[in-house]
Structures are given as C-alpha cells and as structure tokens.
Write a protein that binds this ligand. Sequence first.
Ligand SMILES: O=C(O)CCC(=O)C(=O)O
Length: 266
Amino acid sequence: MITNEEIQAFADEGTVVLRQVLTKAEVESLQQAVAFVMNNPGPLSIQLSSEDNPSDFTEDFRRWNDHKSIESVACHSSLPKIASLLTKSSVIRFHHDHILTRSVRNQQRTPWHQDQPYYDIEGTQTVSFWLPLDPVPKDESIEVVAGTHQGPWMMPRTFVDKEARWFPEGTLEEVPDIDQDRDSFQIRSWELEPGDAICFSFLSLHAAPGTKKGRRTVSLRYVGEDVRRAQRPWQTSPPFPELDDQKDGLKDGDELNHPLFPVVWP
Ligand SMILES: O=C(O)CCC(=O)C(=O)O
C-alpha cells in the first residue's frame, strides 16, 4: 500500500506523493460530498472571491458529520493506516476535513504558510492528505517546501491583509519570500489524478496556485499519539469551540481524547 521509500521520503522531507490511494468509488463519493457541501454551506464556509478574482473560490471546514462519504473516506479508507505508517504513530485520530473548490479560471493563490500555527495543537505526528477530485497539472498543484516540517514555527498571517495572527508580532520567524528566490528552496509538487494524494506535515510550508479548468480538493488531516491540545486565547482556524467547554472540553496539554477527533487507526 505504501513503500519504505515513501515512508522515508515523508520522514526526510515532510512531504510525499502517493498514487491511487483512493478507489474510483471513494473519489466519486467525495465528488458527491463536495457538491452537497457547495449547495449547503456550513457555518465555517468562506467565500474567497475578490474584485480582482471574481470567479468562485470557496472553502469549508469540519463537514464530515454532514455527509456520510466524507466520514467514510476519512475513517474507513486506506488513509488512516497510511497516516499511521507515515507518522510512525500506532494510534491515529482524524482531526478535520477542509474542502476547497475553485471554479474555472480562479487565479487566487493560497499563500505560503504552515497549518499548525493556525491550530491549537502541539506535537509532531501529523499529516494532511491533499486529495484532488479533478486532474491537476503540475503547475496548478499544491507546492510544499521539503524540510520545513522540522520547524521552526512561522508567523501565521491572515491571507488577505497579512495581519499577524495570533502570536504577538515578532515572536515567530516570518515566512520567507519564497517566490522571490524559488531556487533556494526545495519545492516539491506533482501532477495529480483523482485518487492520488500529496501528504504533508502540519508544519510543512505550502502554497497553492489558481486554476484554469477549476479544481475541487479535500484535505483530510490526521494526528498521532504525541499530539496534545495547546489552548489558545484566540479563535483557531478552523475553530473548535466545543473544546473550551468546562465539562466536556480539553485542557492545555491533554491528549485529543474527544469525540471530535475519533480514533481511526487501529
Ligand atoms: O488548495 C489550496 O489552495 C490550499 C490547501 C491548503 O493550504 C491545505 O490543504 O492545507
């Protein structure tokens, strides 16, 4: 299902491409789920179109309870076991889903960023699977900087107006200007077919270009046993307000032992 070379590549670089990890039926079920999500936006849905980029770019988060196919692929496909092999964690929890749809000619780039500073977790055993539901040419595929999974953490900023979120200005390194000096970075990207996955750690620096023909993707995110809650005095992206509940929530340093994060492996 996955080779030792692929596991080693993920350990060394924090990213690896895996071919045909989802079946055709799983891809089709996710396509149906994305159509449902687009027609029924959730409370966390964001419309990212702007005046200079009027064509649609929509994101939605945490929809796995709303459509059986997202739950089924997240919890019962080959992905949980692969997450265990890549992160070398014997226990894997599903963390959340993130759905991104760009319509034809949407040119909006997702800027370079790490995901983990936007969340409320500490730990190293993490992996996201970026799952395209349409063919993606290499020059329209997500790009990941090899090696950045080792840190350091870099300042999360809002994507549009670049405000520091949420660490005080100056407390974290800034994301380097990668596009000004691309040859100095080991940038990985791959042409993809539906069923393929680009795997990357929650700390890997990554960015994604716009699209000519349109692109539907689902990112499914998993954590291993060394991951703990890091309570934040701000709203994370996506938010998990349930975790702040005095009785049923999680405290700083707790394992993510909560129904929001089901154990999916073993
Ligand atoms: O597809 C994109 O535009 C960005 C995806 C991304 O940043 C992620 O999945 O973490």
